[in-house]
Design a protein around this ligand. Structure first.
Ligand code: SF4
Length: 304
């Protein structure tokens, strides 16, 4: 047996350990279908769902594997996750298995009280709305999608109208960096429970180029100082190119928490880094998690 085959067999044989280190959060792109057309969007957007996206059965199996991988927070995203007709079933199953489950939305006319209420009844924990600036000029200008800001504010009101907690997710790029302080105020005024700040841009990546490392680092330090002084949690995801303090395995630290992204076709990568880790159609999720926690030498074996 080759070294690679032996090592993979050894990895596959590892039993899940209660309390074993796992991802803090899993972001699952349940579909790439979306009616909007933000420019540039890093998702290759489709009008209709891809025939290759994980089926309902595969999705339920993935959720079951997440339960055995430390019960991470599950964030359903897209595309527009509301374009997936079985989203309520996915939410209900994750909720029943004890996973805190949220969805990430860019507001659209699809964000109706009826649909949001259905998801709340299924066990949805919160909706995180993508808001990249405190005004339509900044948000719509960044996305080059007129109307997006208004739909998003409308969606926030819909969720709050039925008592569903909200969060805000903001992409920090050269186009939005000057609005970060104003956004911090706005997140508080909106009554959001958390603020996900993603450097480099999610889902719109690298619009207007990269922040310089000193600018990136200064903004992260300012946000970290804000933590605890505001009545919402701030979660920071640095850009892949930003090298901040890291822990021994080189991947997970307060600056670089272990967050995994599952694409609509099951491919897994480390969130916001592009580091490929395998595919849930090929490997059990706990094996992928172990691969994520391993240093580069093991990664080379898995990927060779
Ligand atoms: S950024 Fe989001 S809302 Fe805009 S086109 Fe891409 S997936 Fe759709």
């Amino acid at each position: 047996m080759s070294y690679k085959a032996a090592r993979l067999a050894q990895l596959a044989a590892v039993k899940e350990q209660p309390g074993a280190p796992g991802p803090e959060r899993v972001i699952w792109q349940i579909t790439r279908a979306c009616d909007l057309c933000c420019q540039p969007c890093r998702t290759r957007i489709l009008d209709t769902p891809s025939p290759n996206e994980l089926s309902l059965e595969e999705g339920l199996n993935l959720i079951e594997q997440l339960r055995r991988s430390g019960q991470p927070e599950l964030q359903l995203t897209g595309g527009d996750p509301l374009k997936r007709t079985d989203i309520a079933l996915l939410v209900m199953y994750a909720h029943r298995l004890g996973l805190p489950v949220g969805i990430t939305l860019s507001g659209t006319p699809r964000t109706t009280p009826r649909l949001v209420g259905l998801l709340q009844a299924a066990g949805l924990n919160h909706i995180t709305f993508c808001l990249d600036g405190p005004t339509a000029d900044v948000h719509d200008g960044f996305r080059r999608q007129p109307g997006s800001y208004g739909w998003t504010i409308d969606g926030i009101r819909v969720a709050q109208g039925i008592g569903l907690p909200i969060g805000i997710e903001t992409s920090v790029t050269p186009a939005t960096i000057d609005s970060v302080d104003a956004m911090a105020d706005m997140v508080g005024r909106l009554g959001a429970r958390h603020w996900q700040v993603t450097f480099g841009g999610r889902p719109v990546r690298n619009a207007g180029g990269k922040l310089s490392p000193p600018t990136h680092g200064d903004a992260m330090e300012r946000l970290a100082a804000l933590q605890g002084t505001v009545n919402y949690r701030i979660r920071i995801t640095p850009a892949a190119y930003f090298v901040g303090p890291r822990q021994g395995n080189g991947h997970a630290s307060p600056w670089h928490p272990l967050e995994l992204f599952v694409a609509d076709n099951g491919a897994v990568e480390q969130w916001n880094s592009g580091r490929s880790l395998g595919n849930v159609r090929v490997d059990p999720f706990p094996v992928i998690v172990r691969r994520a926690l391993q240093p580069a030498a093991e990664e080379a074996v898995a990927g060779s």
